[in-house]
Write a protein that binds this ligand. Structure first.
Ligand SMILES: O=C(O)CCC(=O)C(=O)O
Length: 256
């Protein structure tokens, strides 16, 4: 099997900038299968897939390709997405960043249909009950990502400043969410992540990022898998620690 390990230069770029784009990492065949699975789930052809984890765009009330905003915990709930999360090429890159002992913290399908709403600036670690705050997300493009389709935008190197204020409220449907106040965002330096289907972007959980609204008439589907070192700690004393899936390497007693 072809192994793809990050070059030293790529690792340096990830460490300095907090993100990295690897074009055409996933084969056309695999992307086709992931798209088909997304469509089958939304069409209700996979009855065991829990519909409670499907989140709709504001104003929508039926599960359709043109209304679904997110598939929450998609890899935890589906073997096809889980197999993508265990993709050897993806794990090789994650290993170059996190080391050999890797667990999956969470997974999300961001389906952003035509007209799909923005997700404002945030750091993933503001949502993750894990320390140290150095998880890495692999975001795989299931469709070509263009400027018009509402790509992710990042503030390079912002992961170096630690966790920042998320006190600004943001509401999506009836869910109260949060975002970073605009005066803390260095808009002059933001960069869009534009890449063809089958490419992956990797980002640090402290990197400031957002995605804009989809102004095109095509979907912009992305599959995000959040990975952490198996040596991480659970930080939420109010809720019991979930059991996380080991993707590679070994478990550590007392850790996640
Ligand atoms: O794909 C999107 O629209 C948002 C992605 C994102 O915020 C993330 O992967 O954390």
């Amino acid at each position: 099997m072809e192994m793809r390990i990050l070059q030293e230069m790529d690792i340096k770029q990830y460490q300095e900038q907090g993100y990295l784009i690897v074009e055409n990492l996933i084969s056309d065949e695999e992307i086709k299968q992931l798209r088909q699975r997304t469509e089958d789930i939304i069409a209700g052809h996979i009855p065991e897939y829990p519909s409670s984890t499907i989140e709709l765009e504001p104003g929508a009330n039926r599960i359709e390709m043109k209304t679904v905003r997110k598939l929450n915990a998609c890899a935890e709930n589906d073997a096809v997405f889980l197999s993508h999360a265990k993709h050897e090429k993806v794990l090789d890159i994650v290993e170059s960043i996190l080391g050999p002992d890797i667990k999956m913290y969470a997974s999300q399908g961001f389906l952003k249909p035509p007209g799909g709403v923005e997700k404002p600036y945030h750091q993933d670690s503001a949502y993750f009950d894990i320390e140290p705050m150095n998880l890495v997300t692999c975001w795989t493009a299931l469709d070509d990502v263009t400027l018009k389709k509402g790509p992710m935008w990042v503030i390079p190197s912002s992961h170096q400043n630690g966790i920042i204020d998320h006190s600004l409220k943001w509401k999506v449907r009836d869910r109260q969410d949060k975002q970073v106040p605009d005066n803390l965002i260095d808009h002059a330096n933001e960069k869009p992540i534009i890449m063809p289907a089958g490419s992956c972007s990797f980002h640090h959980s402290l990197l400031l990022h957002r995605s804009t609204a989809n102004l095109s008439n095509q979907s912009r589907r992305g599959l995000a898998i959040h990975y952490m070192s198996a040596n991480s700690r659970w930080t939420n004393s109010k809720n019991p620690q979930p059991s996380y899936i080991l993707m590679r390497g070994q478990e550590y007693p007392g850790c996640v």
